[in-house]
Design a protein around this ligand. Sequence first.
Ligand code: 2M8
Length: 439
Amino acid sequence: MIDKGALETLRNRAIVILKENDLGSSTKPAPHLYPHQWNWDSAFIAIGLSHFDEERAQKEILSLLRGQWSNGMLPHIVFNPHCVDYHPGPAFWDCSISPGSPKDVQTSGITQSPILTFAVCQVFENSKDKKRAMEFLNRVFPKLKEYHRFFFTHRDPKGEGLAHIIHPWESGLDNSPRWDEVLEHIKLKWTPKYKRVDTSIVPANQRPTDKEYDKYTYLVELFRKAKYNLDYIRDKSSFIIQPILFNCLMYASLRCLEQIGNTLGEDISEIKQWILKTDNAINTKLWDEDSGMYGDYDLANDRLIIKNTIANFSPLFAGLSSSRVAASMKRTLMSPTKYWPDNGYPLCSVSMSEPEFNLVRYWRGPVWVNTNWLMIKGLENYGYHREADNLTKKTIELVLKSGFYEYFNPYTGEGYGASNFSWSASLVIDLIELYSKNE
Ligand code: 2M8
């Protein structure tokens, strides 16, 4: 059992970090490395905020919604006008060339894994002032519905119930080995011109490689040339993927959108149809019976990508797997040769059994608090309370030992990437709440 005093100190420290990273109505993910507002970061951050400042949690979400495009898309970054040293910044994206971009805020031209509506539900559930929270729901519901409609209208042209992404940054798992082969196939028709800032803040061996950054930047240049026209991009680009994690978060968010609609007495028939379609598609198109694993569908090369990484287990979070498959996923997550190293810290972001597994490099092996949090919720969904408690405890112990880092070495617990990282702080607040309830 973790000492109560230590938990309280940790929670207070987490609150201080969120306050230090507060930009007023949004929170930057980290002091220097990420100086703007990020989409799924803000969703995770709002969940933590809702435990001690529900009004500020609502503000976080409203701030992100300011960036909504006319087609419903919520961008992956809403730029902070006071900060100039981030690549690629607003001038590089130059989203004003698209008639659909918002006029009064600067944003990136892509989206990110959609956990926002799930976060809105959590913020509502945790609120004490229900009258104010109902007003908040009323205000955000139409925007959230437009946001979800965007996926079905613009990211699912064949009406399969699965959204596709057009850039690794949209996944949130930027340099995951899941995309290696697809990126390898992208031949640069010109050399992208840019200067990296990230590697002057964090050691280069903890970040994506220059070769990967060339591809990331090249894709942004391609989108800019296409004036962010999604039909054109789908036609010209070879990075068009229906990821399991993205679609499971979308599904979980849709279930919450349905719940919000019910609470407000809104018509939810269209939302119900979206839910049904996505449920079927995840368990057919993204499931591989031979390997017993979920995967990502690579639309440009018409094949299922099977790689043993933490993303595969996201159907647990969405509650979309049968109990048989859930039991097998649980065993894999607990395996000391895959995700839960003996005498180390779970869960690796890439299985230790994969050749690409790396202890320090970003999304290629290190432990992340947000993916642990997703798995804890997923294990809970299937009644694996003991395992969920154990993972909660291990995650809190990791942060107690090393601090609120962005990611951690699964063998030693050493912290990497940015320190004082906002979602590590906010989700630890949520986990402490859970842990204290269960003890
Ligand atoms: C990382 O991604 C950004 C680009 O969007 C970067 O590397 O500069 C990812 O970990 C992503 O999931 C996260 O949202 C973002 C901010 O924390 O950083």
